[in-house]
Design a protein around this ligand. Structure first.
Ligand code: NZQ
Ligand code: ZN
Length: 386
């Protein structure tokens, strides 16, 4: 097992009727900015409930954070924070709202004039931006943003990740019932995003991290068990609760501690979203089968472990077992209603050049757990994903 540090300070409040806990978690004297997306939380009544539980505090609102949150939009929230001397941020929504709120938290406490400079840090040190405290109310289980310190923001520079040791939410409320109103395709996205977060930290190189491996396999098996059920029966509480908790646990640092991590799928996927606006999870479903096909030798040991422990494939030649595991994975994504080829989304061979150019511009030239996914390998992966 590799050396690691693990620190996760987020207080999780999980279950039915937990929204009311807001009244205890947000300080009485807080000046709160509630941030939300395009209006689903208004339509389904969540925002009204949130405001009821925050009674007594000074409340401001900022709506309109778009899926794949935009820098220019978030900078308007930063202005409100400064003008109104806000001292607590409450994100009510999915990954985009939570990520956007983290950026607002970081940018509001960064003294530099040009907040775009923050992207050059990758991980922004606490002395550069001490961050405002954040709480979250999760309405879409997918990104794990509710229990990690990262966010992905789109600006003129591209769709870029930003981290800060201070950007962990102080608390996150996870009431699975708040997610019942999600359209089917967003639930499918959540399942696939969680699946890929898990394999980015698991289908890498063997490192004798048995607990991490078995926890990753547990998340994958749970997703396979409940995926279709929670799409077809959105109000099946237990199925949805399992999805919500898997999404959080897949990207809160637990399964990634002490193991090599890949993140090729996400790095190429972010470029595809930035260029073509395809949902984050859908880009991952397109890329993952091709990545495993192209890198089957480097990942052989973990692919065989995945085939056996997750799909029960233990007989036959090595390549046949790997082929079967890739096929079962693709079939699983497709069974959730997610198409897995670039051509299904109207991307042509020419589009591949644009994606490779964007990777080059962003320095994504040595991806994966070994750094050997060069631009040439990325091109092969994209060609295999047509
Ligand atoms: O904007 P509203 O009107 O709220 O509608 C949203 C949005 O259109 C809707 N929605 C959310 N909750 C709902 C609901 N509709 C009905 N009922 C509800 N309860 O769903 C749509 C998508 O929301 P979004 O937040 O964009 O989705 P998701 O949670 O999948 O987040 C995607 C973003 O997170 C980033 C992605 O790159 C992308 O920008 N990621 C963040 C990560 C992190 N912070 O660790 C890791 C991930 O790998 C990912 O990159
Ligand atoms: Zn993701």
């Amino acid at each position: 097992m590799l050396n690691f540090e693990f620190h996760n300070p987020t207080h999780i409040i999980f279950g039915k009727d937990t929204l009311k806990e807001l009244s205890k978690q947000v300080p009485q004297d807080a000046k709160v900015l509630i941030l939300y997306g395009g209006g689903s939380v208004k339509r389904f009544g969540t925002l009204d409930q949130v405001k009821t539980y925050l009674e007594g505090r000074q409340i401001f609102e900022f709506g309109g954070i778009e899926p794949n949150p935009q820098y220019d939009t978030l900078m308007k929230a930063v202005e409100i924070v400064k003008q109104e001397k806000i001292n607590f941020l409450l994100a009510v929504g999915g990954g985009s709202v939570m990520d956007g709120t983290k950026f607002v938290s970081i940018a509001s406490t960064y003294e530099g004039e040009n907040k775009e400079e923050l992207f050059s840090y990758g991980t922004v040190p606490a002395e550069v931006a001490p961050c405002l405290p954040i709480g979250t109310v999760v309405t879409l289980p997918a990104t794990g943003s509710e229990m990690n310190n990262g966010g992905v923001i789109t600006s003129r520079l591209g769709k870029l990740a930003i981290f800060s040791p201070k950007a962990f939410p102080v608390f996150s409320i996870l009431d699975p019932e708040l997610t019942y109103t999600l359209p089917e395709t967003q639930v499918a996205n959540g399942i696939v995003d969680t699946f890929i977060h898990t394999v980015e930290q698991y289908v890498t190189l063997p490192s004798e991290a048995r607990f991490q491996d078995r926890t990753a396999e547990g998340i994958l098996q749970t997703l396979i068990e409940i995926g279709k059920t929670t799409i077809d029966n959105p109000t099946d509480y237990d199925a949805r609760a399992n999805l919500v908790w898997c999404a959080t646990m897949a990207l809160n640092g637990l399964i990634g501690a002490g193991v090599p991590q890949d993140w090729t799928t996400h790095s190429i996927g972010h470029e595809i979203t930035a260029l073509y606006g395809i949902d984050h999870a859908k880009t991952l479903a397109i890329l993952q089968p091709s990545i495993w096909n192209v890198r089957r030798e480097q990942k052989q040991a973990k692919l065989l472990q995945y085939a056996e422990r997750v799909w029960g494939i233990s007989e036959g030649e090595i390549d046949t077992r790997i082929d079967q595991a890739i096929k079962r994975t693709r079939d699983f994504f497709e069974s959730l209603g997610i198409a897995t080829h670039l051509s299904d989304y109207g991307i042509t061979e020419e589009g591949i050049n644009d994606i490779v150019d964007a990777l080059e511009r962003h320095g994504m030239t040595q991806l994966s757990e070994t750094g050997e996914v060069t631009l040439e390998v990325s091109r092969k992966i994209l060609e295999g994903a047509m």
